[in-house]
Write a protein that binds this ligand. Structure first.
Ligand code: AMP
Length: 568
């Protein structure tokens, strides 16, 4: 069985194709969304998901979130004394989802379809595949998130005809795809996006505003605990503004309380620049698809951040109508990944469904342009595969040396749309030796597969010598021996077992609340935590089960007490 996984910046989900339909699998807490957070506890054991999210506030130095944004880079994150690469942290999240699915289905899971933002680069995709491998999953397919959303949406309309746009604003990325559905063939006509725009940026905007408007001294920026608490409150305020017209952010530093009240209009003003950035990818996708807005039948929202009324309003303004909201935007990508898994498994219910995707950006080489008889201009980007070409795609271009004396051709490979190669993302280099005095050309073949991974091959026209691109020394990628070594290191980690997660999560939540409260309330909560720990210590089910209920009610009570969220 192949599972479908949405490995999100903020939350991750796992789903399966089962009995002719996509179905989500809950985690050990019974929730569909598993926070993409990892934390190392005081005994050096790893916590993943909600418990780790709670610990982000109480133990920011031992916890990590948003690491999807660092995929493909060589950044190291320290959780306590332990060092992790972004793909290892992602692997821990994947492993936890895999275990949830194994517990629900009763058999081992070894293969997965994992979604990635359409705008993920080659390095980010490879890092995601490595994360899968580190989690013991063969990645059957890397699927673009908006394409997954389109699959989930389109599968219900498969007998009809429809043109629609997927507007996918997640925690860290914005993706747009334009799709054409006709007779069970779903064709992505164009994709565009912004890899650095998502719901988290709206939280950052709130945090920045809080510092200015609530008179918080700049020195508190260095206080990791304060910053985590503020970020959590800003996140809550952002969500509260999705439900009600006003919200208050309150954060204390010792005895000093800082507070800020916000209304929808104020929030919109703060986020004007972010909202404006939603426009360009939409325009580009429609232009590339050669589809006027009026011809769209629908707009499908995906990604948790599309719950924000100001984002919906912006979308409605752009499209002149309100978008469709029939599938939960948090779930649509994972459900689509499960549909793709069903397609991979050649499920009979999906017999006639065909899905085609496109390359979201152009791929090419740096060339020199002859301006006139004596002048050359270097470093121009020459696309070999243009953006929004249907994939898989393979294209060849022939290049010649500039001078007879030249002994090598150096091919620099880039992705992007800028005129000058250096303004694009460099993927790697290929050095091709030439025989002395030769003026032979070289055929450069770019092959871009359905996973969005690139292969470059150069063949000398005369000798047929073949050279392949080596993304040499890319510090963002792990080599095969490094992967083996990390796999070993990960297998030695102590991980809290699934069946302890509910208790660990409640305790982490209790700890977080304890730090937020003061005085009598704090004392009372301290007693309740001790009582709960004592019940756990008995290791007797009949003591533990009722204690969980009581403790959860206590936590709910304090959570609602301390977070003065919406104000009528
Ligand atoms: P995703 O990566 O699709 O899980 O999207 C997560 C993003 O959606 C995060 O930035 C969340 O803060 C945001 N989000 C989730 N629910 C809401 C909500 N009710 N209102 C505003 N933003 C939300």
């Amino acid at each position: 069985m192949i599972v479908g996984i949405d490995l999100g910046t903020t939350n991750s989900l796992i789903a399966v194709w089962d009995n002719g339909a996509a179905r989500l699998i809950p985690n050990s807490l019974g929730q569909m969304l598993t926070p993409s957070c990892v934390s190392v506890d005081d005994d050096g054991a790893i916590l993943i998901g909600q418990a780790a999210r709670e610990r982000l506030q109480t133990h920011p130095q031992a916890s990590a979130a948003n690491f999807k944004r660092l995929m493909g880079s060589d950044k190291t994150l320290y959780l306590g004394k332990r060092a992790f690469r972004p793909e290892e942290l992602s692997a821990l999240v994947l492993r936890s989802l895999k275990e949830d699915a194994e517990a629900a289905l009763g058999h081992p899971i070894t293969e997965a379809v994992i979604t990635v933002p359409a705008y993920f680069s080659d390095a980010q995709r490879k890092a995601t595949r490595t994360a899968g491998e580190l989690a013991g999953l063969k990645v059957e397919r890397l699927l673009n998130e908006p394409t997954a959303a389109a699959l989930a949406y389109g599968i219900h309309l498969r007998d009809g005809e429809s043109k629609f746009l997927v507007f996918d604003l997640g925690g860290g990325t914005f993706d747009v795809s334009v799709l054409d559905l006709f007779d069970s063939v779903m064709e992505v006509r164009a994709s565009a996006g912004d890899n650095y725009l998502g719901g988290e940026d709206f939280v950052t905007a709130l945090v920045e505003h809080f510092f200015n408007a609530a008179g918080v001294p700049a020195t508190l920026r260095a206080d990791a605990h304060f910053m985590q608490r503020l970020a959590a409150q800003a996140e809550l305020a952002k969500r509260a503004l999705s439900e009600s017209p006003r919200a208050t952010i309150r954060v204390a530093d010792g005895d000093t309380q800082y507070a800020l009240e916000l209304d929808e209009a104020g929030f919109e003003k703060l986020c004007a620049l972010l909202l404006a950035r939603l426009r360009a990818p939409v325009e580009r996708a429609l232009r590339d698809a050669r589809l006027p807005i009026a011809e769209l039948d629908n707009i499908v929202l995906a990604g948790g951040a599309t719950r924000m009324p100001l984002v919906r309003k912006m979308a409605a303004r752009m499209f002149g109508r309100f978008p469709a909201c029939d599938i939960d935007p948090d779930q649509v990508v994972a459900l689509g990944a499960a549909v793709q898994a069903g397609l991979k498994m050649k499920d009979a219910a999906l017999d006639e469904v065909v899905m085609t995707d496109v390359a979201p950006y152009s791929l090419g080489v740096a060339t020199t342009m002859q301006v006139d008889a004596d002048h050359f201009s270097h470093g121009h980007f020459d696309p070999v595969i243009e953006r929004n070409t249907v994939i898989p795609a393979s294209r060849v271009k022939r290049y010649f040396p500039l001078q007879d004396t030249q002994r090598v051709i150096e091919l620099l490979v880039y992705q992007g749309e800028a005129r000058m190669a250096s303004d694009n993302i460099r993927l790697g280099a290929l050095t091709i030796p030439l025989a002395a005095g030769s003026d032979e050309g070289v055929d450069v073949r770019f092959t871009y597969d359905v996973n969005g991974l690139l292969q470059v091959e150069a063949t000398l026209v005369r000798t047929r010598d073949v050279h392949t691109l080596v993304i040499e020394g890319n510090p963002g990628l792990l080599s095969a021996p490094e992967i083996a070594q990390r796999l070993q290191a990960l297998s030695e980690l102590k991980i809290h077992p699934r069946d302890h997660m509910e208790n660990r999560t409640l305790l982490a939540r209790g700890e977080r609340l304890y730090q937020q409260l003061r005085g009598d309330e704090r004392e009372r909560l301290g007693r309740e935590i001790a009582r709960f720990e004592q019940a756990l210590g008995t290791q007797e089910r009949r003591m533990i089960v009722p204690a969980i209920d009581v403790f959860r009610q206590v936590l709910d009570y304090f959570d609602h007490q301390s977070f003065l969220l919406p104000e009528a």
